[in-house]
Design a protein around this ligand. Sequence first.
Ligand SMILES: NC(=O)c1ccc[n+]([C@@H]2O[C@H](COP(=O)([O-])OP(=O)(O)OC[C@H]3O[C@@H](n4cnc5c(N)ncnc54)[C@H](O)[C@@H]3O)[C@@H](O)[C@H]2O)c1
Length: 370
Amino acid sequence: MKFYCELKKMVDNSYDIETGHGLCDVLIKDLQEGLAGRVKQFAVVTDDNVEKLYAEPILDKLFAAGFSADMFVIPAGEKSKTRKMKEFLEDSMLEKGYRRDCCVIAVGGGVVSDLAGFTAGTFGRGVPFINYATTLLAAADASVGGKTAVDTPLATNLIGMFNQPKKVYIDIDAWKTLPENQISSGLAETIKHACLADEELFCYLEENIERVFSFDREVCEYIAQKNCTIKYRVVMSDERESGLREVLNLGHTVGRAIETVSDYRLLHGEAVSIGLIAQCLLGNRHGFISKENTRRVADLCRRARLPVEIPDYISRTKLVRKLYTDKKVRDGKLRFVFQKEIGEMMCFGENQYGLNISEDEIADVLSKWE
Ligand SMILES: NC(=O)c1ccc[n+]([C@@H]2O[C@H](COP(=O)([O-])OP(=O)(O)OC[C@H]3O[C@@H](n4cnc5c(N)ncnc54)[C@H](O)[C@@H]3O)[C@@H](O)[C@H]2O)c1
């Protein structure tokens, strides 16, 4: 006997992204108005830097509004984005009596949202989650798009799932407590967005990048909005990365590899900065970008206080080998996406943005870094 189990379904994963200054009260009001359905128990996941700054005030307001909530704190940093830490969160939630009728609120940067989002996606076969983003990098990239993941010793983000949040809050005021290198790290993803989709944003950054470090309200608001617009447009047209979404990996083939080989001494954005320059140098060889525009990208990264060269402690041989662990490797071939001058992406056929690059060529570019 044979049965056909028909399970076609239409899913509406739409959600709001709100940018603003101090959005705690907006979050509580949204919850009172049913953002998470009838859920009354909230798991606030954060790290030990963000705990006192932003997670505790949110917890207090949840209590004051009559919700039941607990805080789950992980050690800050990329090294917490592991399967072990996911297990720790799951066990801690189970111990506190959390079951399927709960909601996870991620309060922090990309590490917290990737880990908490993945945990929410599998806890009780999936519970709702909300992102309250407190870093520029999360605002620029990590909080929007629904990609969640953990790292493994082999490479970053290899294990995870698409899990869209109920809502994303981008609290620009929170950037004021970020250390300078974290601002720079977020600017790397901002520069990436400008390179791949928005020449106007690139020129704006060329004029104003220093003003981000003094938290100029107008500049910060502008880049928060621009980043979201670019990212959600791409995600809306290709949620599951079957084509266009691949462009968001600009600079990430080398970036992710270098982040792992550096054993996370380089922040994500710092590694992406080096990766952006790598694809420019490679792209220049192929005629995709001029020398002048390559120089502009490097200059902007430098002014964002980002590294533009591969640190000496990184072995070029290890780095090239590490490129093969990238998720985008297909049939064992190294795959890159390239910007077309500034503000556009190279397209190599219908819905084809990746190009196979030989190991010899990338090794040559890495060894002759100019
Ligand atoms: N899911 C995606 O689409 C996506 C996209 C890009 C990056 N990422 C991931 O995001 C991660 C990097 O994000 P990140 O840079 O936000 O990392 P993070 O979460 O580690 O935050 C960076 C540091 O800043 C601290 N911090 C956070 N907010 C703060 C604040 N307001 N004031 C003071 N300190 C604060 C954190 O404790 C941490 O030490 C990486 O794991 C990367 O893989 C995911």
